[in-house]
Design a protein around this ligand. Structure first.
Ligand code: MHF
Ligand code: KIV
Ligand code: MG
Length: 285
């Protein structure tokens, strides 16, 4: 008896499953406002996408890849080329989750037209379902421009890492009236402009809750509130693969220890001439 593998056209051959699953859509995400919480994780590579996809509603190709996989000091040096390459890999490795790609610093801020040129390139080259960009009131016109022209936009307000030099560090927002008001106004602006969801990062808990109650689309929290309509973390953070993590990270695994143990054993085997063994060598005939 043979098994028939039916693949969604948007999937790769790398991850066949017997039962085809339809990808979650942008309207389906929007409809989750106030419903079952949205599960979102970052993914930068095909294998991580394959492993996380069955568990997630949304996979985010975050510009955090600058720090996490390129060892850069911030997200600012990340390029559109990098986002396109990793975005395409994640789309190839997933078929159930909605894939969203971060717009990197410098690729969208100067005008709605600038943003459309960069975002349309991401859509063409990756096959992702939409993009995410940082900013509130200042980006509202751009959010509307892209949304009306076929590019779904996820907003990102609060602690926006691309503004680290303006914020004066990775500072939690909303501890004072001025930043609390700004986060609320920013979230309202991008939601009213047509964002299908908004990431709310690094804000005091009551602001995470208040934003969620104030806007019509789902909020996805990271260091925000359990009241948000969904949660996101950097996968390497929750897996214990990234050395320095903010308070909002919960560690669900210690993958660094697993890798350390495996590499220790491999090195010991090589030095003891215990690897390769019988099973790993080729007989002459
Ligand atoms: N691995 C990784 N995880 C992330 O969540 C992440 C990245 N990289 N890179 C891009 C941004 C940067 N992010 C960060 C980085 C540091 C803090 C941080 O140190 N926060 C302090 C808060 C200080 C305060 O109370 O104001 C903390 O101790 O949590 C927060 C978010 C979130 N993003
Ligand atoms: C932390 C999430 C929201 C993000 O923007 C990223 O991974 O770049
Ligand atoms: Mg980001």
């Amino acid at each position: 008896m043979s098994t028939t593998y039916t693949l969604d056209t948007s999937t790769s051959r790398a991850n066949p499953t017997p039962a085809p699953m339809k990808r979650l859509t942008v309207p389906a995400v929007r409809a989750r406002k106030g419903g079952q919480p949205l599960v979102m994780l970052t993914a930068y590579t095909v294998r991580m996408a394959q492993l996380l996809d069955p568990h997630c509603d949304i996979l985010l190709v975050g510009d955090s890849l600058g720090q996490v996989i390129y060892g850069l000091p911030s997200t600012l040096p990340v390029s559109l080329d990098m986002m396109c390459a990793h975005g395409a890999a994640v789309v190839r490795g997933s078929y159930h989750a909605l894939v969203i790609v971060d717009m990197p610093f410098g690729s969208y801020e100067t005008s709605p037209e600038h943003a459309f040129r960069s975002a349309s390139r991401v859509m063409k080259e990756t096959g992702a379902a939409g993009i995410k960009l940082e900013g509130g009131e200042a980006m509202a016109e751009t959010v509307a421009f892209l949304s009306r022209r076929g590019i779904p936009v996820m907003g990102h307000v609060g602690l926006t890492p691309q503004a680290v030099n303006v914020l004066g560090g990775h500072r939690v927002q909303g501890r004072d009236d001025a930043t609390a008001d700004k986060v609320m106004a920013d979230a309202r602006a991008v939601a009213d402009a047509g964002a299908f969801a908004v990431v709310v990062e690094g804000v005091v808990e009551p602001i995470g809750k208040a934003v969620t109650e104030a806007i019509a689309c789902p909020t996805i929290g990271i260091g925000a509130s359990v009241a948000c309509d969904g949660q996101v973390l950097v996968a390497e953070d929750m897996l214990g693969l990234f050395e320095r993590t903010p308070r909002f990270v919960k560690r669900y695994a210690d993958m660094a220890a697993v890798i350390d143990e495996a590499a220790t054993e491999y090195a010991r085997d090589v030095r003891a001439r215990a690897f390769p063994g019988e099973e790993q060598i080729y007989a002459p005939k």
